[in-house]
Write a protein that binds this ligand. Sequence first.
Ligand code: M6R
Length: 363
Amino acid sequence: EKGGFETFMLKEIHEQADAVADTIADRTVRPDGVDLPELDDELLRGATRLIIVACGTSYHAGLIGRYALEEWARIPVEMDVASEYRYRNPVVGPGDIVIGITQSGETLDTLAAMRLARERGATVIAVTNIMGSQATRDAHSTVYTRAGLEIGVAATKTFVAQVAVMYLLALRMAELRGTLTPERRTELVTRLKRIPHDIGVMLDKGSETIDRVAERHFEKEFFLYLGRHVGLPVSLEGALKLKEISYIATDAYAAGEMKHGPIALLDQDTPVVVVATDSPVLEKVISNIQEVKVRGAHVIAVATEGTDLGDNAEDTLRVPPTDWMLQPLLAVIPLQLLAYRIARLRGLNVDQPRNLAKTVTVE
Ligand code: M6R
């Protein structure tokens, strides 16, 4: 049942090309646009604000969605972890679309946040991987991710499928609201359709550098993760993967915040993972890498093939080029694999980490 892989998690990491391909398939048939027949066009055209609620890895997918929705559809987006949103007496009502992202469709806090918003008059959309789950019953409409069943407690293929759905939604809204030119939409749809291929190539290449980094650092007690813009949620997700399966303390920060505190954590021994894929903020990220390096810490960069980061990073995990907004779908993969290798070197059960449940149906 593990299809020749040593664990479910590794199998599921390798199913990510299919997870994205299946999720976008019939929704990206038109060259210059996306179809999401499950959602009402008038609703998407008329919305004044989007609010995304989710927990854990699904929250990170939502964060990436927020950048895409703002950048492409030019709509204000609010974002909160469901357990905070539901208890903060949120200002929400008619005109708002609330999107609950939950792979299981059964996470109690996310369901409660969605119900609260619905009671107050918002339109609620569920993004879930499980047909007929509670989230689909609590929402007005549902957009399914099509990742297939995920057994490992650590979310991997469901994450990339969620991110793909958020891109689809952002592109659909951009088309309906006229905020992207047909040329730009065509470019993005083309790039998105290429992502499964890119993921496949990356996974087939093997992971020598990742193995080397894991060997060097698996006994460390702390890892810092940094990123900017869409690289930030990737950092958050990489840090969550490492802590949940290897039990190593991690912190993930917006790179620009480093000087406001976390830089004090750095010493000669600290591994610092920096998401430094191509983007308009790459120069800023490179400055952050330099700041880390002068403190003697070890920089492990995730960078686009062909981009020169100078000789500042000790190790560089390469990802194929794509549109910079879509980079998270590729950049997260080396970070999943790094967490995986480290946890295995520590002799841990990655499929069922201690204290964690696949579905959290209690507060
Ligand atoms: O089923 P959900 O997407 O609602 O689950 C949310 C979180 O519990 C989940 O993403 C959790 O953080 C994962 N174990 C992360 O790998």
